[in-house]
Ligand binder design. Structure first.
Ligand code: FAD
Ligand code: DHB
Length: 399
């Protein structure tokens, strides 16, 4: 078996890359360890930057997103119950974000695949990378007890933080930068209308909380919990009570409670692997970097990575030049590090750290007060939240 690009992982990074390459006439094969229902069922990201929306539009995959996605021009921050608004559109000359679940993005990417001749192998077990530092790499896997191997020109490692791609790079040629946070996010989905028409990020003495949504009738909420927290210790009533306390009286007054139909705890981590390339293997998305979810950057970074990677592979395919491929890692990392910084900063501003002192809490409150009162500070937050440009200068004129 032969293909031009073997893509490992059918998450957002792998599937967007596959669509981009296929549209440019580059042959590829996607290998995914799980089945489609599992990948599509994972409840994760909810906020798409305009760059991600534009990628999906350019691929002709945004019809449903345009119909069902919820454009948001701002969000609120609540600090110990007092709210102020970040006017995203007003502070960035009209940029906005779109609330559209990762599950919906995955459904759109998968639904369009067969008609476009995109090959996705689900339930591919024991995926292994071979000869990645040679000019003739290959990938092997087993499925239904049978062994397979595909020879390729390049491999795209889009298999998330726990995948095999990054692990195939010798430890001596990469630098890893990591911080694990001493808490997680407990998230619920419930079939109730959101408590506010915009998201609310809350910093409270009791910890962080986030009110988000998937539609006008479906809410997504998160609360900061301890890492060793047993999910059984969080029956719905306790989650709703905690949300009410942390989000504050305005949100509580409009919060509709109901049974949750999804509940899980996710750990928080900042992580970057440099460079994002070894030989003929290119890493993209969570395989190369992780951000804490505060600020909603993970899926959006996966999108910009694969846009840069697709451009480089297409240039190589057209001209034979490797210069764009050689620049991929540096180009991607320039955007990655800024999003890492933003997610780390927003996490520190809004979460309670077990080791934090009264001084640190007072400093958080002072920074919140500063944000509430300073257009310059809110502009810095807004331009990061809507997504930094793919290249070059920021062009918004703060109002
Ligand atoms: P993944 O989605 O992890 O996909 C990797 C794929 O590779 C998976 O399908 C996996 O099964 C497959 N795979 C793994 N190992 C192998 C193997 N050995 N062989 C073959 N296949 C393999 N991001 C945002 O932008 N906005 C948000 O609002 C947001 N909220 C989040 C909330 C939560 C609770 C969490 C957990 C994450 C959130 N994120 C958010 C982050 C976002 O979900 C991820 O950054 C995104 O899924 C990364 O996509 P990916 O394709 O790189 O990796
Ligand atoms: C959601 C997740 C995030 O991490 C975030 O910052 C905003 C919204 C969500 O799942 O809706």
């Amino acid at each position: 078996m032969k293909t031009q690009v073997a893509i490992i992982g059918a998450g957002p990074a792998g599937m967007m890359l596959a669509h981009m390459l296929k549209r440019a006439g580059i042959d590829c094969l996607v290998l995914e360890r799980r089945d489609r229902a599992y990948v599509e069922g994972r409840v994760r990201a909810g906020v798409l930057e305009q760059t991600t929306v534009s990628i999906l539009e350019n691929l002709g995959l945004a019809d449903r997103l345009k119909r069902e996605g919820l454009p948001h021009d701002g969000f609120s921050i609540s600090c110990d119950g007092k709210q102020f608004r970040i006017d995203l559109a007003g502070l960035t000359s009209g940029s906005r974000v779109t609330v559209y679940g990762q599950q919906e993005v995955m459904k759109d990417l998968f639904d369009a695949a067969p008609a476009r001749g995109l090959d996705v192998v689900f339930d591919a077990e024991n995926v292994a990378l071979h000869d990645i530092d040679s000019s003739s790499p290959s990938v092997s896997w087993t499925k239904d007890g049978r062994s397979h191997r595909v020879a390729c020109a390049f491999i795209a490692g889009c298999d998330g933080y726990h995948g095999v791609s990054r692990a195939a790079i010798p430890a001596t040629v990469i630098s890893e930068h990591e911080k694990a946070y001493p808490f997680g996010w407990l998230g619920i989905l419930a079939e109730v209308p959101p408590c506010s028409h915009e998201l609310i990020y809350a910093s409270h003495e009791r910890g962080f909380a986030l009110a988000s949504m998937r539609s006008q009738s479906r809410s997504r909420y998160y609360i900061q919990v301890g890492l060793d927290e047993d999910i059984e210790a969080w029956p719905d009533d306790r989650v709703w009570d905690e949300l009410a306390a942390r989000l504050g009286p305005d949100a509580d007054a409009h919060m509709k409670r109901g049974p949750s139909f999804e509940k899980s705890v996710a750990p928080l981590r900042s992580y970057v692997c440099e460079p994002m390339r070894y030989g003929r293997l290119f890493l993209a998305g969570d395989a190369a970097h992780i951000v804490p979810p505060t600020g909603a950057k993970g899926l959006n970074l996966a999108s910009s990575d694969v846009l840069f990677l697709a451009e480089a592979l297409i240039t190589h395919n057209k001209t034979g030049s490797t210069s764009a491929l050689d620049e991929y890692s540096q180009r991607a990392l320039a955007r990655v590090w800024k999003a890492e910084r933003f997610s780390w900063w927003f996490t520190h501003l809004t979460h309670r750290f077990p080791t934090s002192t009264s001084l640190e809490r007072k400093l958080q409150i002072a920074e919140m007060d500063y944000l509430a009162g300073s257009v310059a500070a809110r502009t810095a937050l807004a331009e990061n939240y809507v997504g930094l440009p793919l290249a070059g200068e920021l062009h918004h004129r703060p109002r």
